[in-house]
Design a protein around this ligand. Structure first.
Ligand SMILES: Cc1cc2nc3c(=O)[nH]c(=O)nc-3n(C[C@H](O)[C@H](O)[C@H](O)COP(=O)(O)O)c2cc1C
Length: 164
């Protein structure tokens, strides 16, 4: 089973969760990738519209993550910004190829409310023919409980062992 874990993290919380998932998963072939926010000329909020429409020039990332053809399972982890997924999710998915028939696990971090984050992610994924097989939000105003992430990983390992 070929797995991709792809995340975005502005402040490090989603990164910590993604790293814990990668560490704990019992799959042999896992690729770990992220979007690095680099552009500081405009502020983060004012460039959101362009990012949303697919302008990813403010991010450093491996171009080949746009093609999902190789993967059997794809993890996408994005924080909530204003009740939605961070706009780089939409910008990325505008370009995503070979989504049809793929299984996705979506995860999130937020402080107080996930809002429509998962609804939006699921709708965008399904529009391209993908399926969301699992989703998990990790909420914490000051801190995310890493024990919850470990429980999630345990659950995933058990489920995927059962189905293989
Ligand atoms: C621009 C912006 C908007 C945010 N909006 C929300 C929100 O609507 N709901 C929420 O619970 N947290 C919100 N947050 C908090 C982040 O979702 C939360 O801190 C998340 O864990 C950050 O992940 P990161 O450290 O990986 O960037 C917002 C943060 C930023 C920077």
């Amino acid at each position: 089973m070929k797995v991709l874990i792809l995340y975005f993290s502005l402040g490090g919380r989603t990164k910590k969760v993604a790293e814990s998932i990668e560490r704990g998963l019992n799959f042999s072939d896992v690729r770990f990738e992220n979007f690095d926010y680099i552009k500081k000329k405009r502020d983060f909020i004012s460039e959101q519209n362009e990012v949303m429409k697919g302008d990813l020039s403010s991010f450093k990332y491996n171009e080949d993550i746009k093609d999902l053809g190789d993967y059997d399972l794809i993890f996408l982890g994005f924080p909530t910004h204003g009740g939605r997924p961070a706009t780089v999710f939409n910008g990325y998915f505008e370009h995503a190829q070979n989504v049809d028939g793929k299984n996705f696990i979506i995860f999130n971090t937020c402080r107080f409310s996930i809002g429509k984050t998962f609804e939006i992610m699921q709708a965008v994924i399904e529009q391209k023919g993908g399926s969301v097989v699992k989703k998990r939000a990790f909420k914490g105003f000051f801190k995310i409980k890493m024990s919850k992430v470990e429980e999630f990983v345990k659950e995933l390992n058990q489920e995927f062992m059962k189905s293989s």
